[in-house]
Design a protein around this ligand. Structure first.
Ligand code: GBH
Length: 459
């Protein structure tokens, strides 16, 4: 049986500036926190940096040709804040604006709709020097940057994502330190979580003030936490806290102006003085769509003897002892990232999100994809596992959409193999292979399959 997606379903591919652009010291670009972090020994596998990456800055025309051949209707990319405002202040770098004008114009000429993410993790270092996302002054700086982007590009861009995965920004950046700026302090992470929520609201209002008809959303990395031991109160308490910390924090903020009280109680003194009187009015904002990045489900079961209170992992300040490892039946087919493959999770997730928050007008899958070790054989990359991941996740998504969940688009992560943050170039997520010696691009089998899905609008 053929499974079809709705007419006008927005098929796209996604990337992020620091992961693909390279050209790090070109045209007045300022230093970002990922330049600093990746050049700090021990932070990124192999000492890899984004200095060259895929050299998309110089090769974007070729990348657009690839997308045109794939037949995709949209392209989600991010703007590097340090290209437009190198010192994170009001001083503009016109060559940075010119680059994104060239990119956007070329996309439109190719009939590909630009979907812009304003923040995909490359903060100007000068702002981090003042405390970054943990300092409340970031809210104003981000709103100004957003407004400048809406003014410059909003005549041609109508879809905007304020922040990508503010959970990662806050918790990976400021609490467990695996991402830039690499800080390890629970209270900074909570401050960042609040300031990213305030920033989403402030930026949304700023964009709408100059482009009233723009569609503005936020992208969250969301998952389902599968509870395997329903009788263990520690498991239940942990699952609820994780859901509030990962999924509900930013959604409750823009819908209601409030955070989950249970979570605030658990944070206790760590969140003291961060949330100010009157912030509820600032947090609440009309959000046109929710972007969801989905990779894999999570699992929680009763602790094994070796499991320590979760707080000791330096990840989230939860005192429960639980086991969150991969279930045995999924553990022998992990991706190269070590993540489980749970395709039904995508359909389950969008269904649950729509049921829980029916007031969110529509959803977009802004990222979904997988990393596997690719083998080049006679110039071809037959990435069977990645293709299978794509097929199975889209099958699950199609069923949910057919059942009435308003998902308007799907963006494959990623168009190109690229700089996978702390994993450097060792982990490949692209549907198009990049040879980092020659920078030659080669579409993998998964790209050919995606092209087929896009052209038939179904499976
Ligand atoms: C996305 O992050 C990013 O937006 C994108 O830039 C990146 O390249 C892509 O995914 C692939 O990684 O952190 O041990 O608790 C996804 C980040 C991955 C964060 C799964 C939560 C759960 C495992 N998410 N992760 S852990």
């Amino acid at each position: 049986m053929t499974q079809h997606f709705p007419d006008n379903f927005l098929w796209g591919t996604a990337t992020a500036s620091y992961q693909i652009e390279g050209a790090s010291d070109v045209d007045g670009r300022g230093v970002s926190i990922w330049d600093t972090f990746s050049k700090t020994p021990g932070k990124v596998v192999n000492g890899d940096t984004g200095d060259v990456a895929c050299d998309h800055y110089n090769r974007f025309a070729e990348d657009i040709e690839i997308m045109k051949d794939l037949g995709v209707k949209a392209y989600r990319f991010s703007i590097a804040w340090p290209r437009l405002f190198p010192a994170g202040d009001d001083v503009r770098e016109e060559r940075g604006f010119a680059f994104y004008n060239r990119l956007i114009d070329a996309l439109i000429a190719a009939d590909i709709e630009p979907m812009v993410t304003l923040y995909h993790w490359d903060l100007p270092q000068a702002l981090e020097d003042k405390g970054g996302w943990a300092n409340r002054s970031i809210v104003d700086a981000f709103a100004k940057y957003a407004k400048a982007c809406a003014e410059a590009f909003g005549d041609r861009v109508s879809n905007w994502i304020t922040l990508n995965e503010p959970w990662c920004v806050s918790w990976l950046g400021y609490s467990n330190g695996v991402h830039a700026p690499g800080k390890k302090d629970f209270s900074l992470a909570i401050a960042a979580a609040h300031h990213t929520a305030l920033s989403h609201a402030a930026a949304s209002r700023a964009i709408k003030s100059v482009r009233p008809s723009a569609q503005v959303g936020i992208t969250l990395n969301m998952t389902n936490n599968n509870i395997e031991d329903h009788n263990d109160p520690e498991v239940l308490a942990f699952a609820q806290l994780s859901d509030e910390n990962l999924n509900r924090w930013w959604i409750d903020a823009f819908l209601t102006g409030k955070y989950p009280q249970n979570l605030l109680d658990t944070y206790g003194d760590l969140q003291k003085d961060v949330i100010k009187a009157g912030d509820a009015d600032l947090l609440k904002v009309q959000t046109d769509f929710l972007g969801i990045n989905y990779y894999a489900d999570g699992f929680v079961r009763s602790a094994r003897p070796e499991d320590k209170p979760y707080i000791e992992g330096g990840f989230m300040p939860f005192p429960q002892r639980v086991d969150t490892s991969a279930p045995a039946d999924l553990a022998n087919s992990l991706t190269a990232m070590g993540w489980v493959v749970t395709p039904h999770g995508l359909g389950n997730l969008v269904t649950r999100v729509h049921k829980t928050w029916p007031e969110i007008p529509y959803l977009m899958i802004t990222e979904n994809g997988s990393s596997y070790e690719d083998v080049v054989l006679n110039g071809e990359i037959n990435d069977v596992e990645r293709t299978d991941y794509l097929n199975r996740h889209l099958e699950s998504l199609q069923k949910a959409v057919a059942d009435g969940v308003p998902v308007k688009g799907y963006f494959a992560w990623s168009l190109l193999d690229n700089f996978e943050w702390a994993e450097g170039y060792a982990k490949r997520f692209g549907i198009v292979y990049v040879d980092y010696q020659t920078l030659k691009r080669t579409p993998k089998s998964s790209a050919k399959r995606f092209k087929e899905i896009v052209s038939t609008n179904g499976l």
